[in-house]
Ligand binder design. Structure first.
Ligand code: BG6
Length: 480
């Protein structure tokens, strides 16, 4: 179904996110016939390009996808060189946008957050925030609770909450949405989805990439702010929330908020037991020798973590006592994002030792590199021999089952903004609750004065991260 005609303006239009993710996502939706030809997509940045120059850049990126519609798509695309802090060009831009309050206008702020207020001020001055206008805020929303509130207040002076779409692209990933279908579309799981039947949950988001060109941003963020405060906590919310009464935006977001508010605080008193920080050193990534973080940064003093593991807990009736082991890092051995739900062992074994060990059931939801759901079950090893047990997965690979490439998260989310559907976007109170949990961890680390533990690029982080889970008699899932 095509969406209504819209204008989408990307501030930070020459940036990595715009060129690598946003514009290709829009192209794919266009090529699928979902974007009407009279829509407009306008890149904005300070660079002195014109429409043609911008299209040339984009053509180079999109050529790889070339299915003949690239030139048609490029007709929708334009560019304006603007500086949020200078007047030049804004009158022309406002004229280009026009005054039609019935037209959907999406302003995507893919810039550093310190420009948000200047951009919103300008949009307000030209009344571009009126009517069917929406603003999309890219993470990070702030650096801590205080700065997040400041950003939300600043933007909130021009765009009310219903116009504000805080994007977390993990919510647009197919597997994450599949969690909704799996949990609430099957009678099988929900009765077991609680502390009585679930032993623990693991979330791993591993990347092989280092920080590369993004060191300037990353060194001020670190893995907890970059990945855990937003993406991983959002996954935890989808996993742990109570069944919402419907998929209405606030029905879902109310339930997610309760999860965030139930996270057990991690403070100075217990941060050393419940968290592990790491920083990569030289090593290898995908067969290539790679430098360490400090060398990339050209600063040998940074205490920024490029790896973090956390043992989190949700203090409510459903989840009391169930650990959620979370870990993420750069320069790990493989790119894999996975949620593992480990069920409790059977209460009593009727099998002889010769049958082999009984393993716990596991549900493994893989987000990346390929989407896949596996339910590990115990069965009898086939054949006439004695009764020997085997642990095998019921496996559903989406690519194999449906024979299609899954759309990128941004494809779904960008069109949800155009449709005005905020279900998969973070509400202000969710962002605040997530910071309320993250801030004391960051403070505890800062107060401890300890440096993150070094790990060699191409390994699974510091050995303390393994100890974090093994202390509890459990191991990180490895056999998906
Ligand atoms: C971004 C982070 O939000 O997510 C990056 O800023 C990270 O550091 C990226 O690499 C991971 O996204 P994905 O979709 O590749 O898992």
């Amino acid at each position: 179904q095509p969406v209504e005609t819209f204008d989408l303006v990307i501030f930070g239009g020459t940036g990595d996110l715009a060129l690598r993710k946003l514009l290709p996502a829009l192209y794919h939706r266009y090529a699928d016939g979902q974007i009407p030809d009279d829509s407009r997509i306008i890149g904005i940045a300070r660079e002195g390009l014109d429409d043609e120059g911008y299209r040339d850049n984009l053509r180079a990126v999109l050529k790889k996808n070339g299915n003949g519609k690239v030139e048609d798509f490029l007709k929708l695309v334009g560019y304006r060189s603007l500086d949020a802090r200078k007047d030049d060009g804004w009158d022309d831009f406002a004229t280009l946008m026009g005054k039609d309050a019935e037209r959907i206008r999406v302003f995507y702020l893919s810039t550093s957050p310190d420009l948000f207020v200047d951009i919103c001020n300008r949009l307000g001055k030209y009344e571009l925030n009126k009517g069917k206008s929406r603003v999309v805020l890219e993470k990070p929303i702030g650096h801590d609770l205080k700065s997040a509130n400041q950003i939300n207040d600043d933007v909130g002076r021009f765009f009310d909450e219903s116009q504000t779409f805080r994007i977390d692209h993990y919510l647009g990933k197919e597997t994450v949405q599949n969690l909704l279908a799996l949990r609430f579309g099957n009678a099988l799981f929900e009765p077991l989805w609680n502390a009585e039947h679930i032993d623990h949950v693991q979330v791993t988001v591993a990347e092989t990439l280092g920080v590369g060109q993004r060191a300037g941003y990353y060194d001020h963020a670190g893995a907890l702010r970059d990945m855990v405060q937003n993406h991983i906590l959002q996954l935890v919310c989808m996993l742990a929330m109570e069944p919402p009464s419907s998929l209405a935006p606030d029905a879902v977001r109310d339930e997610k908020l309760k999860v965030l508010r139930s996270l057990k605080p991690i403070t100075e008193a217990n941060a050393a037991q419940l968290t592990v920080r790491g920083q990569y050193r030289a090593g290898s990534a995908e067969g290539q020798a790679v430098p360490g973080y400090l060398d990339e940064l050209k600063d040998h003093k940074s205490n920024t973590e490029t790896f973090v593991a956390v043992k989190a807990e949700i203090a409510n009736w459903r989840w009391a006592g169930v650990p959620f082991y979370l870990r993420t890092g750069k320069r790990l051995p493989e790119r894999v994002s996975e949620i593992t739900v480990v069920f409790k062992a059977v209460p009593h074994s009727i099998f002889d030792a010769s049958a082999g060990p009984l393993a716990q059931n596991r549900l493994v939801l893989r987000l990346q590199p390929d989407e896949d759901i596996k339910l590990w079950l115990t069965i009898k090893h086939p054949g006439p021999g004695g009764l020997r047990l085997r642990h095998v997965p019921l496996d559903m690979s989406f690519a194999e089952a449906f024979g299609v490439q899954q759309p990128d998260a941004y494809e779904r989310l960008l069109l949800d903004v155009v449709r005005g559907n905020p279900t998969l976007f973070m509400r202000r109170d969710e962002v605040e609750a997530a910071w309320r949990w993250a801030d004391p961890i960051l403070a505890a680390w800062a107060d401890s004065g300890e440096a993150p533990r070094p790990y060699t690029s191409g390994t699974w982080g510091p050995s303390a991260a393994v100890a974090l889970i093994e202390r509890d008699g459990r191991t990180w899932n490895e056999d998906s």
